[in-house]
Design a protein around this ligand. Structure first.
Ligand code: ADP
Length: 300
């Protein structure tokens, strides 16, 4: 089993002619209601690719919490370790304008209630691989890294979002660090670069405190460096219509491939293929590919 430790949100998205200014009300199209949050998204990505996935997270005792749990169960994600919090379920209110630009209000709600105590020995039992992201309180994700190490699990850490003041040593203990080019630059206190050669240099520098680092580069794919080798896996040429959730699909797919024993180059190539497919459809979880769609893309 792969354990995913992270956030669960319900996303409410509305297309509007323009994003509202302070005090303004703008009428939009019919709302789209979907499962979101990096934890839930990466759990769904991995489950759709055939993995047995358990989610360690928190939702509220409310209608959105029930909706999230139902959707996770429908995707085959185990939810026994999703705790019910007295706080409201995490919510993202997303406005998208005619040019595709968005404004997002996030209320972490119950996600802020996932505590280090929720990462007890049983939480990660039977999971050789654990996937962690940073949309939960810092003491909780730090505990997840420590608990995984104590239990002998391998950890894939998607260091997103990078909060001000986050330092590389905070991420110590991860076997794989996954960041996009902006997050890599934030962690290294340098300028972001879409250039694969410079990004590879960044990936090498990120491996000070983690065994391996992957820097994703949008349509240019991803570079990786570290104990398992280094290289650049070119992006898959696709007609991208919506890149929401591409990063989460990449992280989920990478963990699935690594848990199946793929080499670094194979795993990054597989994650590229899965994430590229996700960009060809609208939505986050809804756009994620199933294993059968990736036949021919595996291995490498
Ligand atoms: P994030 O969504 O976190 O900002 P990226 O934009 O780097 O991260 O995208 C993550 C991964 O999704 C990339 O490494 C790549 O595999 C895939 N991807 C994203 N955009 C495209 C695209 N336009 N064409 C093909 N693949 C893409």
């Amino acid at each position: 089993m792969i354990s995913v430790v992270g956030s669960v949100n319900v996303d409410l998205a509305v297309r509007v002619p323009h994003l509202p200014r302070p005090g303004e009300t703008v009428q939009g199209e019919d709302a789209q209601v979907g499962l979101g949050g990096k934890g839930a998204n990466q759990a769904v990505a991995a489950a759709r690719l055939g993995a047995d996935v358990g989610l360690v997270a928190a939702v509220g005792v409310d209608a959105f919490g029930r909706l999230a749990l139902e959707q996770l169960a429908r995707e085959g994600v185990r939810t026994a370790r999703v705790k019910q919090s007295p706080r409201p379920t995490g919510l993202a209110l997303i406005g998208v304008d005619a040019s595709g630009q968005n404004s997002i209000l996030v209320s972490p709600g119950a996600n802020a209630d996932l505590e280090p105590e929720d990462l007890d020995e049983a939480a990660l039992a039977g999971s050789p691989w654990v996937a962690v992201q940073l949309e939960i309180p810092r003491p909780t994700w730090r505990r997840a890294l420590a608990a995984a190490r104590e239990a002998g699990c391998r950890v894939a850490l998607n260091a997103s979002p990078v909060a001000p003041g986050l330092d590389l040593p905070d991420l110590e203990g991860a076997d794989w660090l996954i960041v996009n080019e902006v997050e890599a630059a934030q962690l290294l206190r340098v300028e972001p670069t879409p250039d694969p050669r410079r990004a590879l240099e960044y990936a090498r520098r990120l491996t000070g405190c983690v065994a391996n680092a992957v820097v994703t580069l949008g349509e240019q794919g991803a570079v990786f460096a570290g104990a398992a080798g280094e290289g650049h896996a070119a992006g898959r040429p696709v007609r991208a219509v919506d890149t929401t959730g591409a990063g989460d699909t990449f992280s989920g797919a990478l963990v699935v491939a690594l848990s199946e024993g793929a080499s670094a180059a194979e795993a990054v190539g597989f994650a590229n293929a899965a994430a590229a497919l996700a960009t060809t459809r609208t939505g986050a979880a809804a756009a994620m590919p199933r294993r059968a769609e990736l036949e021919g893309h595996w291995p490498g």
